[in-house]
Design a protein around this ligand. Structure first.
Ligand code: PLP
Length: 378
């Protein structure tokens, strides 16, 4: 079956008790046991809940993985996936990763004896150079945030296999509709379901997908023990989002490409970062490992921070907000907002300059969005 059919049907059969065509919100903490010896598939909702189970199996199918696990947030999913690394071991992560993932590596894992080195996101040789005998995992996010650089998933997967280590991919920016890292050789996929999978800016969630039973067991045991599970209602919202993932992603992409082309022509714009533009240095890799270019567009303004401040003050349709992946268009300053907590040196290392603007292009009319930008960029 094709992607959009799986998204609507699989793991979401009509409710056996009532025939309800949507999976019910099983708002229950506990489930009756048959007797002292036996319990059914569900007995306590931290361990398992039927609404969550439907979400977990649907997300696994969409990523073409065997096992899915849902979490209360993307960072909870990230920390859960990182349980496959033990104290004394080492991680190689891409330079240009989500600020919250960087915080986990530096503030949560480093004090526990798990160290992380950072490789140039787009340069496979740079990851290779960072590998030590202690390295257990390569962690990438592609396209990266906010510069939309790509990491070569196939090349890094074969490097990882060669060295006997694991490759994990944060696939939040593209969603499984445009990129399926497990098919390219990755071992673990992580999502912030808050973004495109939920898709409506109304829920926080995360997910981890793998096809490896041993890795799944480690992460599932952590899910049960640490307890950062999503509520049944939140699972239901994300399940609803998944049903329209294909049509939303196609439209996000069409609008993003339209605006990226428009911005590239604009005299006040210094550079546009969008993997769908032939000017993107990794446009060819994008066409190989992704089936679409996504809805995120970053650009640099010639006028520096004052020009960014003017733009966000004048813009009307784009909402100044930190998240991404919802139906409404959002605008953000990576330097002041999403990566604002990092030190100046750390931002410089990531080439996150003050003149960058990041757009999460929504599902409004492309001409309306273009007119809004044209009116606001001075
Ligand atoms: C938002 C985000 C996260 C963290 O997800 P939360 O749901 O906010 O915890 C992780 N990775 C990427 C790429 C994100 O955009």
């Amino acid at each position: 079956m094709q992607f959009e059919t799986l998204a609507i049907h699989d793991g979401q059969a009509p409710d056996p008790h009532t025939g309800s065509v949507t999976v019910p919100v099983y708002q229950a903490s506990t489930f009756e046991r048959a007797d002292l010896q036996r319990h059914g598939e569900f007995f306590y909702s931290r361990i398992g809940n039927p609404t969550r189970a439907a979400l977990e199996s649907t997300i696994a199918l969409l990523e073409n993985g065997r096992y899915g696990l849902a979490f209360a947030s993307g960072v909870a999913a990230t920390l859960a996936a990182l349980q496959v690394v033990k104290p004394g071991e080492h991680i190689v992560a891409s330079n240009d990763i989500y600020g919250g993932s960087y915080r986990i590596f530096e503030q949560l894992l480093r004090p526990l004896g798990v160290t992380t080195s950072y490789a140039e996101s787009s340069d496979t040789a740079s990851y290779k150079a960072c590998i030590t005998p202690e390295t257990r995992l390569i962690w990438i996010e592609t396209p990266s945030n906010p510069l939309l650089q790509l990491s070569d998933i196939r090349a890094l997967a074969s490097l990882a296999k060669e060295r006997g280590i694991l490759l994990a991919v944060d696939n939040t920016f593209l969603s499984p509709y445009f990129q399926r890292p497990l098919e390219l050789g990755a071992d673990i996929v992580v999502h912030s379901t808050t973004k495109y999978l939920g898709g409506h800016s109304d829920v926080i969630g995360g997910a981890v997908i793998t096809s490896d039973a041993a890795l799944h067991t480690i992460i599932k045991n952590y899910q049960a023990a640490a307890g950062a599970i999503p509520a049944p209602w939140d699972c239901w919202l994300i399940l609803r989002g998944l049903k329209t993932l294909k049509i939303r992603m196609k439209e996000h992409e069409a609008n993003a490409l339209h605006l990226a082309k428009f911005l590239e022509q604009h005299p006040a714009v210094e550079q546009v970062f969008y993997p769908g533009l032939p000017s993107h240095p990794q446009h060819e890799l994008a066409k190989q490992q992704m089936s679409g270019f996504g809805g995120m567009v970053t650009f640099a303004l010639k006028g520096g921070l004052p020009a960014v401040e003017q733009l966000v003050a004048r813009i009307k349709l784009f909402i100044l907000a930190d998240s991404l992946g919802g139906v409404e268009s959002l605008i953000a300053s990576p330097a002041k907002m999403t990566l604002g907590a990092l030190s100046i040196e750390e931002r410089a290392r990531r080439r996150c300059t003050d003149n960058l603007v990041r757009l999460s292009v929504g599902l409004e009319n492309a001409e309306d969005l273009e007119a809004d930008l044209l009116n606001a960029i001075t």
